[in-house]
Design a protein around this ligand. Structure first.
Ligand code: OXD
Ligand code: MN
Length: 605
């Protein structure tokens, strides 16, 4: 039964919200309903409760004040793409790249699971705001969840509590998220999206993007549908502010598939040799972008925290992240040290003696097993980031001068190049991909297409999504320039040609210089390439030959690539905008022409 005498009371006069909460409480037979107000007292109360119930383990509060460890069920450690569905009236609306289920079937199946599922448990009502308060970008969501871990993560990841209800007022326009942990049996695990109802139902997982419904579910899948309807873009992109020595700030947004160093780039510290350049993080994962009345593109980061991958994060790879997670952080599935601190592979060269692994078992360095789960995470508030951009909370967002697409490509794709125009840039984003590594697939060099890094996150038909990008381009009188980067090209000896990490700043600097029209570029069939003299390599130990290899554009690499793109376009089918096939054919023609002119390969730079 619902006990209405809750600590924080029923916090709303919003009829639609009230009715929906009651309806869900009746369905789930929640024994208690607790409305979250986002206050510090509430945080203390819920954290104490999470510790008492074992959902959180306090870490050493002298070393890591406000930090806790959570160990998830070992069968529940990542986003469940196979169990993630877009439930639109027709299969075509979801498109060939999404799992699809008719809404009636999804609701029926999940209603059966949810019935009585919170009996004896508390249902938390978590109102949250995506985007800065008072911003026209901002959207309200409400997540109903029986997981205290989810509530405490949502507090970090979003503007949670009263501020969201204030923004909502009496409106019925909010994302309705229902999350129920159930018994974590993968057979009763589903994450279903109902774009036509602005609704997400998630059951059977307590982990990350499956359960924090603000992130991939609302922030990307549902938001991409809203963006299509309302004329804006919801993208899987980081946002950076890059300040030159003259104190001008250029904002760029960048999309990368997973395992391409997105959080590291979002928090990059320029190398000492690039004196006077500074970089500020606006966001590390999601960008919502709108065309302003003057025809330029503006963006906000809808989130308020980072849900970052821990392994590989160190004072060398990402010092800003290490400072960010020094306090107020929830760690999930990392290893713990005997003095109550955390550890993961790549944090330091030598592991700490006497650790417990991510499942709480004694761990020995010779065991051959990872101490931290490879997808272990930190949930940290962005206010802790020493490089947080002062414009992050600006309701009008930041003006985007450049969009960067990137992937992990051992060959073919140069370190950096610029598209000819918006349509060509959309084609570059639509065809981007990342190569699988030997470790992950056993086959090296297999390209998985991940258009705009949105393959798992676009809530509607990918072909319509490309068309939406082209339509946005028509409204942009001052479109951002679009670039493609590849930090991962390898030489004949299989070693990386470009040092990466903070040295990527040199590429960002060239991109900024292009947006400010300070440098020209060489035209190739694939796009505009930097001239050697315009890449600032001060203090970098890289040979001219190595750089030339990193920049090479070769017909014999691109022509098979263009065949693979054709196969991907065929998979998208008839919703593919013809403009993109025209771009692909133009590229083939460009290579043919250079072949006829006598180049068997085209080496620019
Ligand atoms: C993420 C992801 O967690 O892209 O951000 O999987
Ligand atoms: Mn992401």
């Amino acid at each position: 039964m619902i006990n209405r005498n809750q600590p924080s009371g029923w916090m709303t006069r919003n009829r639609e919200l009230f009715d929906w909460v009651v309806e869900t409480a009746w369905l789930t037979k929640a024994s208690r309903v607790v409305w979250c107000d986002g206050s510090e007292q509430e945080e203390r109360r819920l954290t104490d409760l999470a510790v008492a119930t074992g959902a959180l383990i306090p870490l050493n509060q002298d070393k890591r004040p406000g930090c806790y460890l959570h160990r998830s069920n070992p069968n529940d450690v990542a986003r469940a793409e196979d169990l993630t569905f877009v439930c639109t009236a027709s299969r075509d609306e979801a498109g060939p790249t999404n799992n699809w289920m008719p809404p009636s079937e999804a609701y029926r199946k999940m209603r059966g699971w949810l019935e009585g599922s919170m009996h004896g448990r508390t249902m938390y009502v978590v109102p949250y705001l995506l985007g800065p308060a008072g911003s026209k970008f901002a959207k309200v969501g409400v997540e109903l969840t029986d997981s205290l871990y989810v509530v405490l993560n949502m507090r970090v990841m979003t503007r949670m509590g009263r501020t969201a209800l204030e923004q909502l007022g009496e409106s019925g326009e909010f994302n309705r998220g229902v999350h129920c942990t159930l018994d974590l049996d993968p057979k009763r695990r589903l994450i279903c999206h109902f774009p036509q109802d602005n609704t997400v139902w998630s059951a059977g997982s307590g982990y990350g993007g499956n359960a924090l419904l603000s992130k991939k579910c609302f922030g990307l899948r549902i938001a991409s549908c809203l963006g299509r309807k309302e004329g804006w873009l919801a993208e899987h992109m980081l946002i950076l502010g890059i300040e030159s020595p003259q104190r001008e700030v250029t904002y760029v947004a960048a999309a990368f598939p997973s395992a391409c160093g997105k959080t590291n780039l979002a928090m990059i510290r320029p190398p000492a040799s690039l004196a006077g350049w500074r970089v500020f993080t606006v966001g590390d994962d999601i960008a919502w972008m709108r065309v302003a009345p003057d025809g330029s593109l503006w963006a906000v980061n809808p989130e308020a925290g980072y849900f970052g991958v821990a392994p590989g994060t160190s004072v060398h790879s990402n010092p800003n992240a290490m400072e960010t997670i020094a306090r107020d952080t929830i760690f999930t599935n990392v290893a713990s040290t005997p003095d109550g601190d955390v550890w993961w592979e790549g944090m330091s060269r030598e592991p700490v003696d006497g650790m417990l692994d991510w499942q709480g078992r004694p761990w020995h360095s010779g065991s051959g097993e990872n101490a931290a789960h490879p997808n272990s995470r930190f949930t940290a508030p962005m206010r802790n980031n020493p490089a947080l951009s002062p414009s992050t909370g600006d309701p009008q967002g930041v003006p985007i001068s450049a969009i960067i697409f990137g992937g992990r490509r051992a060959s073919t794709v140069p370190l950096v190049f610029e598209s000819f125009d918006w349509t060509h840039g959309v084609y570059l984003g639509a065809t981007m991909g990342s190569e699988t590594t030997a470790a992950s697939s056993g086959r090296i060099g297999v390209v998985r297409r991940d258009p705009m890094a949105m393959l798992p996150f676009c809530g509607y038909n990918m072909g319509d999504y490309f068309a939406h990008w082209l339509a946005i381009g028509k409204k942009l009188r001052h479109p951002p320039r679009i670039f493609m980067v590849n930090w991962f090209r390898k030489g004949s000896d299989e070693s990386f040609l470009w040092p990466g990490y903070s040295e990527n700043m040199r590429v960002l600097k060239w991109i900024v210089d292009r947006t400010q029209s300070r440098v020209s570029a060489d035209e190739t069939p694939v796009g505009f390439l930097p001239r050697a003299a315009d890449l600032d390599l001060t203090g970098l130990n890289i040979s001219a030959e190595q750089l030339k290899e990193a920049m090479a554009v070769r017909a014999e690499e691109w022509l098979p690539e263009l065949d693979l793109q054709e196969r991907f376009f065929a998979r998208i089918g008839e919703t593919l905008p013809p403009e993109l096939e025209v771009e692909r054919e133009a590229l083939i023609a460009g290579f043919e022409q250079s072949r006829q002119e006598g180049h068997s390969s085209l080496l620019k730079f």
